[in-house]
Design a protein around this ligand. Structure first.
Ligand SMILES: C[S@@+](CC[C@H](N)C(=O)[O-])C[C@H]1O[C@@H](n2cnc3c(N)ncnc32)[C@H](O)[C@@H]1O
Length: 350
């Protein structure tokens, strides 16, 4: 084995290029706060060349703060103890805060990279004692689907690069808008307003909502709009949930908010891109999100991707029934790359 590299400063260390923890924004910011408030607690572990095995996020944060380093060379036969001479647990305060911060940073800063884990397993790394069979199955499910080349595609909403719209999505929505009765549409994920432009050709009034766009009627989340303003717009005839994540929970909130207050039928259009997102961040509470009989959070498996359209369809039926409505599907289409579902529905009081 070659000689260990001499490390005297942070810049001598290199991050792990194949780190299976992507980290999270919240974890990163809490780690930086912890370092600033309590100073360095744990040590980090590097290999003999200075590539960081454990503590890659700490390396990033320490680099941002410009901390000096002290290196303890070891072959792993002894435990390196970081003794903080300025802290006293019996005096609570800072030492106790550090204990909390240490655990919470680890908890909040972990986001497994499913692709990296799948690649490591494929390369022969034994991880069976770290991940349960179900968890590994979920990861394999994703890897399998990736083989089928389900990808984002990438051009759907790229304003300035042609701003293409998925043609079947548009066709089905325009068809539904034309079949809808009445004059008022709610566009709750309005974005740059491509669909809204079409709705304006059909409806006398189009109410637009988006959490990230200032040029809408309600620059806020759909959740906030439903809680604060939906009661002013109960005369709507068409509502659109065009969300490439999943609008399922918001649809539940919406239907619950109008239960018993909507004598007339209306049209509901939705986009659900969770077939894409299942790739995981890995885990999903199918029961709470899609009102299936399942309890608890689990990893998605290949079958979940295969049956995604069916899942969304069943969800709209269940969410409607739960709130006293009957749902009739007008169209359901799985986007070109298979990762997004577009649907239109007639929702009528049961
Ligand atoms: C798929 S794009 C909408 C495209 C748009 N309907 C169009 O036709 O051009 C999704 C939009 O939803 C917005 N969004 C995401 N989560 C939201 C939420 N909880 N409430 C409101 N808007 C949200 C995003 O800012 C983004 O603009």
């Amino acid at each position: 084995m070659s000689k260990p590299k001499r490390i005297t400063k942070l810049a001598d260390l290199m991050p792990d290029k194949a780190n299976a923890n992507r980290g999270t924004e919240r974890g990163r910011s809490l780690l930086e706060k912890s370092l600033q408030e309590c100073g360095a607690g744990r040590s980090i572990v590097a290999d003999k060349d200075g590539e960081v095995i454990a503590g890659n996020k700490a390396l990033e944060a320490a680099a941002r703060l410009g901390l000096p380093v002290r290196v303890v060379e070891t072959d792993g036969q002894e435990l390196v103890v970081v003794q903080r001479t300025d802290l006293d647990l019996t005096e609570g305060g800072k030492a106790r805060r550090l204990a909390y911060l240490d655990n919470r940073v680890g908890e909040l800063g972990l986001e497994w990279d499913a692709e990296q884990i799948a690649a490591d397993i494929a390369a022969g790394l034994q991880l069976g004692d770290l991940f349960s069979k179900d968890e590994l199955q979920g990861l394999r499910g994703w890897a399998e689907i990736k083989e089928k080349k389900i990808t984002r595609g990438g051009r759907l909403y790229n304003a300035g690069e042609g701003h293409d719209v998925e043609p079947f999505k548009l066709a089905h929505r325009v068809e539904a808008a034309w079949r809808a009765q009445g004059h008022k549409a709610l566009d709750l994920y309005s974005g740059l307003g491509q669909l809204a432009e079409w709705y304006r050709r059909r409806f006398g009034s189009v109410v637009t909502v988006d959490r990230a766009i200032a040029e809408v009627d309600y620059p806020m989340t759909a959740e906030a709009f439903i809680a604060r303003h939906l009661s002013e717009h109960l005369d709507f005839d068409f509502v659109d949930f065009d969300d490439e994540g999943t609008p399922a929970k918001v649809i539940q909130q919406f239907l619950a908010a109008i239960a018993g207050k909507r004598p007339a039928p209306f049209v509901l259009a939705l986009t659900d891109g969770n077939g894409l997102n299942l790739k995981c961040r890995g885990k999903l509470d199918f029961g709470a999100t899609y009102l299936t009989a399942e309890a608890g959070i689990r990893y998605a498996v290949a079958e979940d991707y295969e049956r995604f359209e069916e899942l969304v369809t069943g969800f709209i039926v269940r969410a409607s029934e739960r709130n006293g409505f009957a749902a009739t599907q007008w169209s359901s289409y799985r986007g070109r790359e298979g990762n997004v579902v577009y649907q239109t529905w007639l929702i009528a009081p049961a």
